[in-house]
Ligand binder design. Structure first.
Ligand SMILES: Nc1nc2c(c(=O)[nH]1)N[C@H]1C(S)=C(S)[C@@H](COP(=O)(O)OP(=O)(O)OC[C@H]3O[C@@H](n4cnc5c(N)ncnc54)[C@H](O)[C@@H]3O)O[C@H]1N2
Ligand code: MOO
Length: 418
């Protein structure tokens, strides 16, 4: 590998799990929290529906016009010749035409206005010619064109949104279109997290020799806040088994999930995995991936534990590949079977050793009319700067032995991950 700062572990041939197996094992074990609460529509943004939303009536409630023009009866038209129709009134959105449209008649209609009785088709204004009270309609019209049918968006009593849906802007609008003011959503997940490491200084205090500032808790704060979790920040815990055990017990007593960073490798100060085994159960440890190989997953009491490696980029990669979907499932969402990938052309050579899946930081850009991805030159798993410069992860499968410029590679865009 060109980069010598990460995953040069001599133990790469250790038996370890593939990313897919790990993800499956993780998702299989997790059942969602069940508690729900009622919230006003706007407060539901980002929350998970606890029950189906049923449409109380048709949306739209009436057949209406999709265009400004003339509402007519299709059978008034002369087939392959222009037809002259008499305009008998107007229909506005919010102010319907109360009469009937008869044969040979038309009603001036605005977008959104209820389609008058008798009319079944709308002629767009720009296609017509008007002389006094007469509108001339050219041939070539289609039955029901430019109309919107009652219930075409949502039919009365149908499931408008299914339980488990995460509420985004489209869902807020949809719910409002049904006149619903309050929703039942799952309670927020409670996620506790802490950083481990004697070398960590907290911002606000000066750096002693050999220390680094703790950045992982800030990254996790951002990730979990965006996810909509109630976060419990337990600070920095030193590399002492008693302190780690106390922190894990405390976290397990109050959270649905715990995320720790650091202390999961094989060093002499790496205690998280052993304490997890003692206090609860390990479901897996170590994955055939880079970065993020020494990850531990398990359970303490009722709390799921994600023991992420300390390297800041590994934290973000493992969060996106594993913890994110696990937390979504826990909060009541059914995650997609796999994280969606897009295929784009590689702009540069990528060195890769077969046998593990690799996630590289890349930037997708439009170059001479083609979408390409260029990997960042610094891929060390401690280099957060390149995470900030990137807009995607390039995902290289286990079997890949390297990439040449022009090869197709798969990427996960950061949108939706972070
Ligand atoms: N003999 C082996 N050594 C290592 C292996 C291995 O398989 N065999 N794996 C390497 C890989 S890959 C990783 S990743 C790391 C993971 O180790 P830990 O999870 O125990 O993490 P630490 O050693 O505590 O820290 C790693 C690195 O990250 C910095 N760090 C930790 N926490 C923070 C924080 N909150 N904010 C900023 N930076 C942090 C820490 O200072 C270290 O530089 O193990 C390899 N070694
Ligand atoms: O290279 Mo390690 O896997 O940083 O995460």
């Amino acid at each position: 590998m060109s980069d010598t700062t990460s995953c040069q572990s001599p133990a790469l041939d250790d038996p370890s799990l593939s990313a897919d197996e790990a993800r499956q094992r993780m998702l299989e074990g997790i059942t969602p929290i069940t508690q729900a609460e009622k919230v006003p529509v706007r407060s539901a943004l980002g929350r998970i529906l606890a029950a189906d939303v049923i449409a109380p009536y048709d949306v739209p409630a009436h057949d209406n016009s999709a265009m400004d023009g003339y509402a007519i009866r299709y059978d008034s038209l002369a087939g392959d010749a222009e037809t002259a129709l008499t305009v008998v009134g107007s229909a506005f959105a919010g102010s319907a035409f109360s009469g009937q449209v008869g044969a040979g008649q038309a009603v001036r209609i605005m977008t959104g206005a209820v389609l008058p009785a008798g009319a079944d088709t709308v002629i767009v204004q720009e296609a017509t010619r008007v002389e006094g009270n007469t509108v001339f309609v050219p041939s070539g019209q289609k039955l029901r064109q430019n109309t919107r049918r009652a219930g075409e968006d949502l039919a009365r009593n149908s499931v408008a949104l299914a339980a488990g849906k995460r509420i985004g802007p489209a869902e807020l609008g949809l719910i409002a279109s049904l006149g619903i003011a309050e929703l039942s959503v799952r309670r927020r997940l409670r996620v506790a997290f802490f950083s481990t490491g004697d070398e960590l200084a907290s911002i606000g205090s000066p750096l002693a020799p050999g220390q680094v500032y703790d950045s992982n808790r800030y990254t996790l704060y951002g990730l979990l806040t965006r996810l909509g979790a109630d976060i419990i920040d337990l600070g920095v815990v030193p590399d002492r088994p008693e302190a780690l055990e106390a922190a894990l017990r405390e976290a397990a007593g109050m959270a649905d999930a715990i995320i720790t960073t650091g202390g999961v490798s094989v060093g002499e100060a790496d205690f998280v995995r052993d304490i997890l085994a003692r206090l609860g159960e390990i479901r897996f440890w170590k994955l055939k991936i880079k970065p993020g190989r020494p990850m531990a997953f398990g359970k303490i009491g009722n709390a799921w534990l994600f023991g992420l490696p300390g390297n800041p980029v590994a934290v973000m990669v493992n969060y996106a590949q594993f913890a994110l979907d696990a937390l979504l499932r826990l909060s009541g969402v059914d995650p997609l079977p796999e994280r969606p990938l897009l295929s784009v052309e590689a702009a540069n050579v990528i060195k890769k050793q077969p046998g593990r899946r690799e996630y590289l930081r890349g930037a997708v850009a439009l170059v001479d009319g083609r979408w390409q991805v260029r990997t960042m030159s610094h891929q060390g798993s401690g280099i957060l700067r390149s995470m900030s410069e990137a807009n995607c992860l390039v995902v290289l499968p286990e079997a890949c032995a390297g990439v040449q410029p022009g090869d197709s590679v798969q990427v996960q865009l950061f949108d939706g991950l972070y």
